[in-house]
Design a protein around this ligand. Structure first.
Ligand code: CP
Length: 311
C-alpha cells in the first residue's frame, strides 16, 4: 500500500527476490492464480509490467485499463467493483486517481490489494524498481546523493522514494520551481526521519554535478486545476546531453516515465541514461511483489531456480 510500511530488511529482501527473477523471469510459481489489474487511470509501464510479471509466473490476468468500459461508468461504486472482482481474483493490482482509494479497497475485501499509484500520494511498486535500479547501478543504497527534479508536488514516485530511502542515509536535493516544490508534509517527514535535504530552484550543469542519481520527473498535467499554471511550468527544466559533462562518472539518470519534454532525446545516447533499463527492472520488481504478496518466499524462489538448473 505504501513503502513506508517496509523495514530496511524487507526492502533488501525484496531486492534479493527481484534479483532472482532477473536471473530467471519465467517460472511456474503462480500457476492457477488469477491476477486482476484495475486501472482507473492511464498507464503503460505499470499495468503491462504487472501483467507480464503475472504471465511469466504462470498466472492468468483479468482486468481493465479503461474504467469507461466497466460498470463503474453506470455508477457502480468502487466498493462494489472491488467486492465483485474479489469473487474472481487472488490478488488485485489497482491504480486510482483518488489518494487512498487502494487503501479503501483493502478495507472492503480480504483479497490482497497492490497499490499501483494513487493520485499524487504513493507509487510503491515504482519505488521497488527504483531501489533495484539504484542498487544495481551504484552497488549500494547507502549514503547516496539523490537529486529529485521537476514536479515534486504532484509526483507520487518521488514521495514514495524519499520514504523508502529513510533507511539508507541519503542526501536529497529537491530541484523544483516554486509552484511544484516538495510538499511540506514530506519535508516534515524528512526532518522527523533525520533525512538531509537541500532545496534549489536552479537546474544547471553546476547544480547537478554532485549527483549519484539524477531522478527526473514529468510535470503532471492531469493534476493541475489551473492549466495556465501548467503552461507556465511545463518546460521549466529540460535535461540536455551537454549538461552531463561535469557529472560524476557513475551518475545515472532515472525517470519513472513517461517523459514529455524534460529529457532531451540527445541524453538517450549517454551511458548515464538508465531510464529504459529502469523500466525493464519493473518486471523483476513486480514479479517479486506478486510472489511476496501471495506468500511465496525467497527460499522457494531460490529452490525453484536450483531445481530448474538440475533438470
Ligand atoms: N512509471 C509509471 O507509473 O508509468 P505508467 O504511468 O506508464 O504506468
Amino acid at each position: 500500500m505504501t513503502i513506508a510500511e517496509y523495514s530496511k530488511e524487507k526492502i533488501l529482501y525484496m531486492l534479493e527476490l527481484a534479483k532472482e527473477f532477473e536471473a530467471k523471469p519465467n517460472r511456474h510459481l503462480l500457476d492457477g492464480k488469477v491476477v486482476a489489474t484495475l486501472f482507473f487511470e492511464p498507464s503503460t509501464r505499470t499495468r503491462l509490467s504487472f501483467e507480464t510479471a503475472a504471465n511469466r509466473l504462470g498466472a492468468r490476468v483479468i482486468g481493465f485499463s479503461d474504467p469507461k468500459a466497466t460498470s463503474s461508468s453506470k455508477g457502480e461504486t468502487l466498493k462494489d467493483t472491488v467486492k465483485m472482482v474479489s469473487n474472481y481474483a487472488d490478488i488485485i493490482v489497482m491504480r486510482h486517481y483518488l489518494e487512498g482509494a487502494p487503501r479503501y479497497a483493502s478495507e472492503v475485501t480480504s483479497v490482497p490489494i497492490v497499490n499501483a499509484g494513487d493520485g499524487s500520494n504513493q507509487h510503491p511498486s515504482q519505488t521497488m524498481l527504483d531501489l533495484y535500479s539504484i542498487y544495481k547501478t551504484q552497488g549500494t543504497l547507502d549514503g547516496l546523493n539523490i537529486f529529485l527534479v521537476g514536479d515534486l508536488k504532484y509526483g507520487r514516485t518521488v514521495h514514495s522514494l524519499l520514504m523508502a530511502m529513510r533507511h539508507f542515509n541519503p542526501t536529497f536535493h529537491f530541484i523544483a520551481p516554486e509552484e511544484l516544490r516538495m510538499p511540506e508534509e514530506y519535508k516534515i517527514y524528512c526532518r522527523q526521519q533525520g533525512i538531509r535535504y537541500v532545496e534549489h530552484s536552479e537546474f544547471s550543469e553546476e547544480s547537478i554535478a554532485g549527483a549519484d542519481i539524477l531522478y527526473m520527473t514529468r510535470v503532471q498535467r492531469e493534476r493541475f486545476t489551473d492549466l495556465m499554471e501548467y503552461e507556465r511550468v511545463k518546460n521549466v527544466y529540460i535535461l540536455r546531453a551537454k549538461m552531463l559533462e561535469k557529472t560524476r562518472p557513475n551518475m545515472r539518470i532515472l525517470h519513472p516515465l513517461p517523459r514529455v519534454n524534460e529529457i532531451a532525446y540527445d541524453v538517450d545516447e549517454s551511458p548515464k541514461a538508465y531510464y529504459f533499463q529502469q523500466a525493464r527492472n519493473g518486471l523483476y520488481a513486480r514479479e517479486a511483489i506478486l510472489c511476496d504478496v501471495l506468500g511465496i518466499s525467497l527460499d522457494e524462489v531460490r529452490r525453484d531456480r536450483v531445481e530448474a538448473q538440475g533438470k
